[in-house]
Design a protein around this ligand. Structure first.
Ligand code: CA
Length: 229
C-alpha cells in the first residue's frame, strides 16, 4: 500500500482529501504544520508528499527545500488561487507538480497516478539496462541517481525523466513542447516555464558534480545536451 504524507493546515480540507485517498487504497498521514511534516517524514518512509504552500510554523517552500536535500520523493504542491508565481518557485525548489485550490479530488488522483506511473516506467526500463552514460555523466536508472567523477546526486522523478530522454540522444535538439509532453504528459500552457525551470535545476546539479555546462539553449526551439556550445 502506498503511503502518502498530507501536509495541510485546513483541517476540514485535510480530512476530506485523506478520506478520499484512503478510499482509493492509499494510507494517509496528516501533518497540520510544517514542523510536524518534517518530523513525520524523518520517522518513516513515504511514497508521496502533498504539500500545502501556506502553513503555520514553517511554510511549504521551506519544507520542500529541506526534504529535497535528502530525498527525491515525489512532491505535489497545493497552492492557493492566484499564486501563479508560486508554481515557478515550487518547481525551482524541486516540487514535481502542483495543483491550484480549489481542485477536484479526481484531478488530484490523476496527478498522483501520473507521478507514480513515471516512477514505475523508470524502474521497468531499468531492467534491461541499469546504467545510461554520456561522457562523464552516469545515470543509475534503478535508483534515480546521477554520478559524475565519483560524486552522486539524487534526482526527482521529473528531472530524471527529462535527463534520461536527453541522454539517450545526446547533441539532439529537443523542443520545449516535446519535452513537456514526454515528461508531464500533457500540453504546456502558453508561456509555461516548467521545462526551463527543470532544466535550470538540472544544470545547477550537473555543474556542481562535473564543473561543466552540459545543457545548451537553442534559441526559439529548446535545448540540447552536449555538443559544442
Ligand atoms: Ca494553508
Amino acid at each position: 500500500m502506498k503511503r502518502v504524507l498530507l501536509v495541510e493546515d485546513e483541517q476540514i480540507m485535510a480530512k476530506n482529501i485523506a478520506f478520499f485517498l484512503e478510499r482509493e487504497g492509499y494510507q494517509v498521514d496528516i501533518a497540520y504544520d510544517g514542523k510536524a511534516a518534517l518530523e513525520l517524514f524523518a520517522a518513516r518512509p513515504y511514497d508521496l508528499l502533498l504539500l500545502d504552500w501556506t502553513l503555520p510554523k514553517m511554510d511549504g517552500l521551506a519544507v520542500c527545500k529541506s526534504i529535497r536535500r535528502e530525498s527525491s520523493v515525489p512532491i505535489i504542491m497545493l497552492t492557493a488561487k492566484g499564486e501563479t508565481l508560486d508554481k515557478i518557485i515550487g518547481l525551482e525548489v524541486g516540487a514535481d507538480d502542483y495543483l491550484v485550490k480549489p481542485f477536484d479530488l479526481r484531478e488530484l488522483l490523476a496527478r498522483i497516478h501520473a507521478l507514480m506511473r513515471r516512477l514505475e516506467t523508470v524502474s521497468d526500463e531499468s531492467a534491461d539496462n541499469a546504467w545510461l552514460q554520456y561522457e562523464d555523466l552516469l545515470l543509475d536508472r534503478e535508483k534515480l541517481l546521477l554520478f559524475c567523477h565519483g560524486k552522486k546526486m539524487a534526482l526527482t522523478a521529473n528531472e530524471y525523466k527529462l535527463l534520461e530522454i536527453m541522454m539517450k540522444k545526446p547533441e539532439n535538439v529537443f523542443s520545449r513542447e516535446f519535452l513537456y509532453e514526454q515528461v508531464w504528459e500533457g500540453t504546456p500552457a502558453y508561456n509555461d516555464r516548467t521545462v526551463d525551470v527543470t532544466i535550470s535545476r538540472l544544470r545547477k546539479k550537473i555543474l556542481e558534480l562535473s564543473g561543466k555546462k552540459y545543457f545548451h539553449a537553442v534559441r526559439g526551439i529548446g535545448y540540447r545536451l552536449g555538443g559544442q556550445p
